[in-house]
Design a protein around this ligand. Structure first.
Ligand SMILES: [Zn+2]
Length: 346
């Protein structure tokens, strides 16, 4: 009996040992596999976290605008879908937004063809050259809320020029004032209500040459507001007075008949904003516009003389010789000609 049992016990002992080693091996293998899986999971988890973070960063900008106190604009509607303008003519199309509860909605205006029709951020559309352009009005906080206006610009029919003699038969309160051959318009000197020359072709050609030279340096210059009629200026000024009061409006907007834009010799360039002075385009215009016959009409530091705040975007055509002389003098046009700019009733 004992003889038979011994080998059995040895066999049992070996089996147990074998089983333990197998367990150890399997355990190690499981550990290895688990470790590998864990590492893979770890990497995946990290990847997921990175994606989540970058996603939230991407959406942050938009969600911030949307979650501001103002409700977003859901729809933008333009009163007119099509519009015809003569070269030099300008207009503002009424735009409404939904919901109506949005006060002072931020709208962004753009033209797909600035060479044909330009638009500024007040919504003023100006005919520049014959052709067709699409003007878009889009809510700043919702790109889906947008309206389009197709503008057809045609050649101007007739229109009086200062040289044409029409101007001698001025009706209304004012007559054209030339000082040293320069047509003067400011708070002291007004234009007749019926003076409607459109954009001056010489000034426009000078601008085109300037814009082409600027483009060669990688700069984009465009006219955002050119010729404005007496009637248009009256509407514009009234809106500004209603918004800011007359005293404030008078610092940045001309009363009808007192706007240089009515001469067709003044252009507002690019963005009508103080920031324009700091852009590469603004810096270039300040330094070079006299070479093309323009001056920055309302310079910084001359507010009390010109009667207007600094307008880095507003240039006035004088011809190369006069503009260069004014530029070199360091004076504003009122100082250069020794004239005032004050409304009569003040
Ligand atoms: Zn202007």
């Amino acid at each position: 009996m004992t003889r038979k049992r011994r080998p059995k016990r040895r066999l049992k002992g070996k089996a147990v040992l074998f089983f333990l080693m197998l367990l150890l091996l399997v355990g190690a293998a499981v550990c290895l596999i688990c470790g590998w899986i864990f590492m893979e999971l770890g990497t995946d988890a990290e990847r997921t976290i990175t994606t989540v973070i970058s996603n939230s960063e991407n959406s942050y900008g938009t969600s911030e605008t949307i979650s501001s106190s103002k409700p977003p604009v859901e729809a933008v509607t333009a009163e007119a879908k099509t519009l015809s303008l003569e070269v030099g003519e300008s207009t503002v199309v009424s735009v409404s937004v939904e919901p109506k509860t949005v006060e002072n909605p931020k709208l962004v205006y753009s033209s797909d063809n600035e060479a044909v029709a330009s638009v500024d951020q007040t919504g003023e559309i100006v005919g520049i050259a014959p052709g067709t352009a699409k003007i878009s009005v889009t809510a700043e906080d919702n790109e889906a809320a947008t309206a389009q206006i197709t503008v057809t610009v045609c050649e101007k029919e007739g229109g009086s020029k200062p040289e044409s003699g029409n101007t001698s038969s001025n009706e209304g309160s004012a007559e054209l004032t030339y000082i040293d051959g320069i047509l003067i318009v400011n708070k002291t000197y007004a234009l007749p209500e019926d003076y409607a020359p459109g954009v001056d072709p010489t000034a426009k050609a000078a601008f085109d040459e300037m814009a082409a030279d600027a483009a060669e340096e990688g700069l984009n210059l465009y006219i955002s507001s050119g010729y404005r009629s007496y009637e248009y200026q009256a509407g514009l000024y009234d809106r500004y007075v209603a918004r800011d009061g007359q005293e404030v409006a008078d610092t940045y907007s001309a009363r009808p008949g007192h706007s240089e834009h009515q001469t067709g010799l003044a252009f507002d360039l690019n963005t009508i904003s103080m920031d324009f002075a700091e852009t590469a385009e603004g810096i270039w215009v300040t330094e070079h516009c006299h070479e093309y016959g323009f001056i920055i009409r309302y310079p910084s530091g001359k507010e009390d003389v010109t009667g207007y705040q600094y307008e880095p975007w507003h240039i006035r055509y004088l011809g190369v010789e006069t503009a260069t002389a004014v530029w070199e003098s360091g004076l504003c046009l009122e100082e250069y000609l020794n004239i005032t700019s004050v409304y009569a009733e003040e």
